[in-house]
Design a binder for this molecule. Sequence first.
Ligand SMILES: Cc1cc2nc3c(=O)[nH]c(=O)nc-3n(C[C@H](O)[C@H](O)[C@H](O)COP(=O)(O)OP(=O)(O)OC[C@H]3O[C@@H](n4cnc5c(N)ncnc54)[C@H](O)[C@@H]3O)c2cc1C
Length: 371
Amino acid sequence: MRRTPALIAGGGPAGSVAALLLAQGGDRPLVLERSREPQDALCGGFLSWRTLESLANVGLDPATLGGHVVRRVVLFAGKGRAESPLPAPAIGLSRLRLDALLLDAARTAGAGVERGVTIRSAEDTTLHTGDGAAVSGDTLFLATGKHDLRGTMRDAPVGDDPAMGVRVRLAPNPALTRLVGDAIELHAVAGGYGGLVLQEDGSANLCMALRRSRLKAAGDLPALLRELADELPALGERLAHLHGTPAIDAIANVPYGWRAKGTVPGVYRLGDQAGVIPSLAGEGMGIAIASAIRAVRHWQGHGPDGAPDFQLTLRRHLHRPIALAGVLRTLAEHPAAHPLLLAGGRVAPLVNAMARWTRITSVSRRSANPA
Ligand SMILES: Cc1cc2nc3c(=O)[nH]c(=O)nc-3n(C[C@H](O)[C@H](O)[C@H](O)COP(=O)(O)OP(=O)(O)OC[C@H]3O[C@@H](n4cnc5c(N)ncnc54)[C@H](O)[C@@H]3O)c2cc1C
């Protein structure tokens, strides 16, 4: 069996940043990533100012990412609209670009990256791969994100009406560019919401989190999109720019609100494998990156046995952002609460506070005791 000091399962934002920092520390980590080529993962593609701060802290200059600059948040609910400036500029960036940049940075720093390797299961710090091989690490950094591995499943209850993620891309179009501009738009509908933002190539990414019951009632995804367009005129105006048969990506059973209660020595859980923030906060990638920075710092001081302490501390740090995002999600998906949401959305200091309190604190890779 192959053995390595630091083994990383998954090469998304969490796994790549952990690999980058470990490699910079001279530890030659190994990343196993299922996709052969960079993928445009299902995600809203909104990188908050705090996420950009975290990237800067690991030496990735946000100016070089080439994202579409976002300065405002605009909320649509029913026939109402509210707008407020963001606390600081953010960007819209496709996962195709972000994931490729991060994994390349890790590889350049000296991390081993093996693509096209599907991990079938995990047993303590050993990963069993699709080709029947096994790789063992002194430490395993678990960063498979939205996908669970047999042996390390998240203990999140599915519930009666779980959330699903649905994403469509709208091709670059001058009218749409004028409509959305430098905003991150939040569209609140019964049973969910959608986030819409322009990205580096001028396309718009509409990514929604909707209760499964909405899909069941509509019948299929195209019918669901038509229903949403009728329900919310502003969303309909944007969806009118979808032509032909659009590619619609979907993911089921997103365990919003879940936080890992702990872990075993040797296994550090990162990103969505540590906690899942409702996506309307636009902070999942921020948590992925910040958790990787905190994990590597903790590991450098405490080694494999430090994992349980790290996990408990991270759980505490995730409490406020995830709980508050959960409250906002509940308001967004209940039309009776939309007047309240819109009233709040017009009070810039309140939006500012909500925006800040749904972020995880960014840490420098050198700060003391960051976990
Ligand atoms: C609808 C929706 C919209 C969102 N919008 C935003 C947003 O706008 N802004 C934001 O910050 N966050 C957003 N998020 C959250 C964000 O997408 C996640 O929090 C973030 O991707 C977590 O990063 P990660 O590295 O933990 O996992 P992931 O990004 O899921 O990466 C995991 C990696 O592991 C690999 N992998 C998985 N299983 C295996 C396996 N068995 N073997 C080998 N490799 C494997 C995958 O291929 C992938 O590369 C959204 C989430 C949803 C559901």
